[in-house]
Every structure is written in structure tokens, then in C-alpha cells.
Design a protein around this ligand. Structure first.
Ligand code: SF4
Ligand code: ZN
Ligand code: ZN
Length: 310
């Protein structure tokens, strides 16, 4: 029987990558303590700042919100209705669980429905713009970035927090390393500073394994949507995650080392050479967000194009 490292009773969670097992009570203390440590280490935000958490109804973002509240931060949530249904009514179900989470804890949740706001759901936009060869992911990513930035700015939040975990970050890092995407590698970080009027972006869970977050959500009784978005099936990021899991099975801790050594290498100047970054020099005439195009940002251009065709 595995025993809790802190109190010696039967452990609920065994973390091979940390060579540590904890009981439920100590695990539910340990995760927020570690999160607080990462927030300070990477200088994510301070007590007095207003945080907007991007919540999807999944275990990571709801756990992040839960942890920030437990730690005493001022954190509100924002949920973006994408209008994605598939067999499980993905959007409908995830919104319901997010609303329930906020209600039970008396938290402030902003809900933005892309279709109500722009007359088109994400799958409709993807179909009409023929982007992404049948998968709406590129349109979806564009819309999420645009809307999250807009809401954070319009409502005066200092920082936008997302629930990306170590598995997400390691998969992105792996993909970018395979093709040595200098600009993306340079930008990948637990904190992206505020720039051009866009809120600072932070990923407080970036050092936790996905399974650790699943254990946290389960042990703290958070009801979340188990299904992934139906469009994520067969994506490269899932493929990379599976590959990294195989590596992790043979060498516990490999995933964390891969990510942390990358951050260290970056800090010590691995990417210090100037890399041609496409600087956003204009402000979009419609939404006011920074863009490299002279008139409209790519999101507003897409919306305009689709509306003209209707
Ligand atoms: Fe959007 Fe779903 Fe694609 Fe994720 S998998 S980017 S939620 S469409
Ligand atoms: Zn214990
Ligand atoms: Zn715009």
C-alpha cells in the first residue's frame, strides 16, 4: 500500500514523476500550494490584480478557477459559446456544467455566444470560409483569441488565465521543436507580457500533469465535461500527447523535464538571436486590437467576408 508522504495514511494519488504519494486531504492542499509557487516564480499576477479565467467546462479550466478562488485571488470566469454540437451536444453540456460550477460557488461568469454576437457559430464560419479542410479548429482558435482578448480589455481585467496543463504545453513544444518554429518557441511561456493593449496571458497549471488535474477535479468534487470537443479526434496534438505518454511510461518525469529544460534553455538565451517576428503595427479599424494588416484584423476580416456573402 502506498502511503501519504505527509501523514502516513493510505495515499489516494501516486505521482511517479515526483516519486511522491499523497492522501486526499494533503493532495487537495498540495496542488494549490504548488500553483501559488508557480504564480510567484513566473510573476504571473499579484493579489490586487483582476483575473479573468477562460473556462470551457473541462477539468483543467474549472480546477484552475477553483484553485485561484481557494488561494484568495479575485478571479471571474468567461465562457465562450462556440456552437459545437457533435453527438454529445458538446457546447450545450459544457456551458451547463460551467454555469452550475459558478452558481454553486457564487462566482461571476461572463458568457459570450459567438453565434449571437456575430450571427455565425464556429462550424458555420469554418464552412463558409473554407478554412481548415472540414475541421473548424483554425477558425475556432482565431475566434477564441479574439474574443478572450476583447472581453478582457472591455471589462478591464489585468490578466487572462487559461487552464493549459503540462501535457498541453509539452505537446505544443514537441510540435514546434519538430519543425524548429523559432517564433513560436520564443513565444511559448507560462507568462506572456501585456502588449499593445492586450491583457497579460498566464498558464498557472503548466507544470501539472493532465492526470494530476483529473485527480484534483475528481477529489474536489468538481463536475466537468468528460468528452473532448468532437473535432479534436485525430488531431496532431492528441497524437503528440500519446507519443509523450509512451515516453513517460518508460521514463517517469520525462515530460516535465522536457518542458522545464526548455524554459531554462530559453532563459539562458537559446533564442536570444533576433528572430524575424511579424510585428503588429496597426490597430484593427473595427475592434481596435493590434494587427499586422493595415485595416482589419484577421478575425474581423473573416466576419466581414462571411456577412458580405450572406
Ligand atoms: Fe475548437 Fe474543438 Fe478544434 Fe478545440 S478541437 S480548436 S474546441 S473546434
Ligand atoms: Zn496525508
Ligand atoms: Zn478586429
Amino acid at each position: 500500500m502506498m502511503k501519504c508522504k505527509k501523514c502516513g495514511i493510505k495515499a489516494s494519488v501516486n505521482m511517479r514523476h515526483h516519486k511522491m504519494a499523497l492522501c486526499k486531504e494533503h493532495y487537495l492542499e498540495w496542488i494549490p500550494e504548488q500553483t501559488e509557487r508557480f504564480i510567484k516564480k513566473y510573476e504571473m499576477f499579484k493579489r490586487e490584480e483582476k483575473i479573468l479565467v477562460a473556462v470551457s467546462g473541462g477539468k483543467d479550466s474549472l480546477s484552475l478557477w477553483d484553485i485561484l478562488i481557494r488561494l484568495g485571488y479575485q478571479a471571474d470566469g468567461v465562457y465562450l459559446g462556440l456552437g459545437i454540437d457533435g453527438g454529445v451536444e458538446y457546447s450545450h453540456e459544457s456551458q451547463k456544467l460551467t454555469e452550475q460550477f459558478a452558481q454553486q460557488r457564487n462566482l461571476k461568469l461572463h458568457i459570450v455566444d459567438v453565434e449571437k454576437e456575430y450571427g455565425q457559430s464556429i462550424p458555420m464560419l469554418a464552412e463558409k470560409t473554407h478554412r481548415g479542410y472540414g475541421k473548424p479548429c483554425s477558425v475556432c482558435g482565431l475566434a477564441k483569441r479574439h474574443e478572450m482578448n476583447r472581453i478582457a480589455r472591455d471589462l478591464g481585467y489585468d490578466v487572462l488565465a487559461t487552464g493549459h496543463n503540462l501535457d498541453d504545453e509539452a505537446a505544443v513544444l514537441f510540435g514546434n521543436t519538430l519543425s524548429w518554429e523559432g517564433t513560436y518557441l520564443q513565444r511559448q511561456s507560462p507568462v506572456l507580457a501585456e502588449s499593445n493593449g492586450l491583457a497579460r496571458k498566464v498558464k498557472p497549471l503548466c507544470r501539472f500533469y493532465e492526470r494530476d488535474m483529473a485527480a484534483y477535479a475528481m477529489l474536489s468534487g468538481i463536475e466537468y465535461i468528460y468528452e473532448e470537443c468532437p473535432f479534436s479526434v485525430g488531431s496532431t496534438s492528441i497524437y503528440y500527447k500519446e507519443m509523450l505518454n509512451q515516453l513517460e511510461n518508460q521514463r517517469p518525469g520525462a515530460k516535465l523535464t522536457f518542458y522545464l529544460r526548455f524554459l531554462e534553455a530559453k532563459n539562458s538565451g537559446l533564442f536570444a538571436q533576433p528572430i524575424a517576428v511579424e510585428f503588429a503595427t496597426h490597430l484593427c479599424q473595427k475592434c481596435g486590437q493590434p494587427t499586422s494588416a493595415p485595416d482589419l484584423c484577421s478575425f474581423c476580416r473573416m466576419i466581414e467576408k462571411v456577412s458580405l456573402e450572406n
